[in-house]
Design a protein around this ligand. Structure first.
Ligand code: GCV
Length: 714
């Protein structure tokens, strides 16, 4: 009896173990390595009978482990590890350790790779070649991506190298474990228990990032605390750096400008004061002692209440250069943010960063890079590209995107960011004539810069699925993939991600990709159509608040941005208004100065237009606005229908989560639409178009909604 009970208990334990192992809870991200279906399993097994990647480096150890894990997961059979090349093996070799490789590796740099089906000593193998172990790691991940996607693996001829040097995540993680604008749980950095406890998530974080080409991470919030520069916190950061190093990922820290005063009682933080410079130099030396490959500093200065060099009547360049001198002997860099605007500056907020930074072009040290948000306001559902791109040819500029969706539905809305990234990167600045795209500015090719970078504000937290939802993982994925190769399309990457995340079956991929591709435009439609911006509720930015007009700083109020009045709506940024258009290169400025030639999607960003003026479709601005709100809501309803049809093909856990979140999104899209229409109608005083339903509630009802506990606001 007892023996039977015991067997039974074991059986139950085994069953639940299997369940856990195969649970689709999102933890594995795009590295799921589930059993390949049909012929694909045989194809993978046939090309990876053994893994030949000899060497003792931590990176090669990680490479072998990843390939074994992947191939075993997909085929059910562990490939042998071998030191000598064998028939049908995966052979990984770097030019550094293997002379006379059958594949040329020049042009691949330190991180790129080539994958080629070749014959070596009469044996057919797949060669992954690179100039470094890190290049081999990236190549291995590429091969695993192909294998997971069910691609042919026997005639490969691929080579790939990143055009942008620094491909970083920026964590807005606080030392108390909260995350500013984080919607996926708490910070994954367990600062309290570091450096002693180093949980497995850190390694999985490194694997995920390396698999998409990310090579650096800024660990702490740009609204920084000085404490992160104290010895105990440097030791914690060093522990993370040790885990990330084999994966080619460097750590960086955000710093608070007044740290020398706060930590060591200096009387000033004036960048030209020798004592201040000496303090930073000593601090940099102390960091590099613990983290020899430390990347450098990220700085938010004189912005939204943060201190900075301007407090001492010095410029951003004075500040950046002083810090740059401190890290220079160690090969470090300074990323100086251009996200600045001041409460006492009456000029259009969209113009202020350009006005501050453009005159400093040419004044920054050669290890400083200026980090510019994609648009001139703040990560809105749509913004025209930032006018600084193309305007500072003598200064390396890096891109800052926001992967976490502060303004695009936070963790619940399915709003795939690939199209937003692509739209920005392909925008033409005309700085050196046609074809001067933003991508060429940041990859350094337009102005001949070697120091190049792109950053994404992370959407990562302690949630089991890392990003708050399965579909939010796609935003992290597409950021990494486009950072590696700015020429990739949002559609192509969506296919790739959906294939890895769900299955290579077209019955799943086609509808999933179709849902994703229109989803960001839908959010633009139901939140900020026709170029409207920053009409979100105060503080947490959750939900609509276009009526807000009572905040201390003018540019914190949505009414500042939409300027709706009895006559019309929109911000006149042309020559007759704030002249923000004048900050763009002449052909762009000329185009944006006229309503007729302004892309309609940016209409109200640049122009104040009458409610009854005509859109391209012939309908009035008022009717067009209402129709766009409706179109956005309808798109979400369409996604719900598409998703329902996928029920037979998606596992129960991920199906249910997405279904529930789409339900939230639909309800909130409707709320956005109704509240916005109720408000703008109270100003426009025009009837709704005949086919539009009235808002469900009164304007006062929408105004009375209050969400003191909405997440992400710290
Ligand atoms: C980290 C916006 C966000 C802030 C953020 C800031 C920035 O204003 O709402 O949370 O602060 O951008 O990028 O510095």
């Amino acid at each position: 009896m007892i023996a039977r009970l015991f067997c039974w208990m074991i059986a139950i334990a085994m069953a639940s173990l299997t369940q856990v192992a195969s649970a689709e809870d999102g933890y594995d991200l795009w590295l799921r390595y589930r059993p390949a279906q049909g012929e694909a399993a045989g194809r993978i097994a046939a090309q990876a009978t053994a893994i030949v990647a000899p060497g003792t480096s931590a990176t090669l150890t990680a490479v072998r482990a990843e390939l074994q894990r992947g191939v075993t997961g997909m085929t059910g059979k562990a490939p042998a590890l071998s030191d000598t090349v064998q028939q049908d093996a995966l052979w990984l070799a770097s030019s550094a350790s293997t002379p006379a490789l059958p594949v040329k590796t020049n042009g691949l740099g330190n991180e790129g790779y080539a994958i080629r089906s070749v014959t070596k000593d009469g044996k057919a193998v797949t060669l992954i070649a690179a100039n470094s172990d890190i290049g081999l790691l990236h190549g291995a991940f590429h091969w695993l991506r192909l294998a997971q996607s069910g691609e042919r693996l026997d005639r490969l001829d691929i080579s790939s190298a990143p055009k942008i040097g620094l491909r970083l995540l920026n964590h807005w993680d606080n030392l108390d474990g909260t995350v500013e604008r984080g919607y996926a749980g708490s910070s994954i950095w367990d600062w309290w228990r570091l450096p002693d406890w180093k949980g497995p998530r850190y390694t999985d974080y490194a694997r995920a990032n390396a698999s998409i080409g990310i090579n650096g991470t800024v660990l702490n919030n740009v609204n920084a605390k000085s404490d992160s520069l104290t010895a105990p916190y440097i030791a914690k950061a060093a522990a993370l750096a040790d885990i990330f190093r084999p994966y080619g990922i460097k750590v960086y820290l955000s710093v608070k400008w007044t740290a020398p005063m706060e930590l060591d009682g200096l009387k000033t933080a004036d960048p030209l004061d020798p004592q201040v410079a000496a303090w930073w130099k000593a601090k940099a030396d102390a960091i590099y002692k613990e983290i020899p490959d430390f990347g450098g500093f990220l700085v938010k200065a004189n912005s939204e209440g943060q201190p900075g060099p301007q407090d001492y009547k010095r410029t951003h360049a004075d500040g950046a250069n002083m810090l740059a001198a401190a890290v220079k002997p160690h090969g470090g860099i300074v990323m100086w943010r251009a996200f600045v605007y001041a409460h006492d500056n009456p000029d259009d907020r969209a113009k202020q960063a350009y006005s501050d930074f453009k005159p400093l072009d040419g004044q920054f040290a050669d290890n400083v890079i200026v980090q510019v948000k994609n648009g001139a306001i703040d990560f809105q559902p749509r913004e025209p590209f930032h006018p600084l791109f193309g305007a500072m040819p003598k200064t390396p500029l890096m891109m800052e995107f926001q992967i976490t969706k502060e303004y695009l539905g936070q963790s619940t809305h399915l709003t795939y960011l690939g199209p937003l990234f692509e739209e920005t990167l392909t925008s033409d600045t005309y700085a050196k004539g046609k074809g001067s795209t933003v991508a060429k500015v940041i990859d350094g090719s337009l102005d001949g810069h070697k120091l190049t970078g792109i950053a994404g504000v992370a959407n990562i937290g302690t949630d089991r699925d890392w990003s708050g939802s399965i579909f939010n993982q796609a935003d992290w994925y597409v950021f990494g993939r486009m950072a590696w190769d700015t020429g990739l399309t949002a559609q192509g990457v969506a296919r790739e991600w959906a294939t890895l995340t769900f299955s290579p079956d077209a019955k799943v991929i086609d509808p999933v990709v179709a849902m994703m591709m229109g989803s960001r435009e839908a959010a633009v439609d139901y939140m900020t159509p026709l170029g409207l911006t920053h009409v979100m509720a105060t503080g947490h930015h959750y939900g609509p608040g276009p009526w807000v007009a009572d905040l201390a700083r003018p540019e914190w109020n949505p009414v500042y941005y939409h300027k709706a009045d009895a006559n019309g709506i929109g911000f006149d940024r042309t020559k007759t208004g704030s002249n923000a258009t004048g900050q763009y290169a002449a052909p762009v400025a000329k185009m944006l100065d006229k309503v007729k030639t302004t892309p309609e999607r940016d209409l109200l960003w640049f122009h104040h237009v009458g409610w009854d003026s005509k859109l391209q479709s012939g309908e009035t601005v008022w009717n067009g606005l209402v129709h766009r709100y409706d179109r956005g809501v309808a798109y979400v309803a369409g996604m719900q229908t598409s998703w329902e049809a996928l029920r037979p093909y998606v596992d129960a856990e991920r199906f249910a989560e997405t279904q529930a979140l789409l339900g939230i999104q639909h309800r909130e899209a409707q709320w956005w639409r109704d509240a916005s229409i109720a408000y703008f109608q109270s100003i426009a005083k025009r009837p709704l178009p005949a086919d539009a339903a009235p808002p469900a509630q009164t304007l006062d009802w929408y105004k009375a909604q209050n969400f003191p506990y909405a997440p992400g606001h710290h």
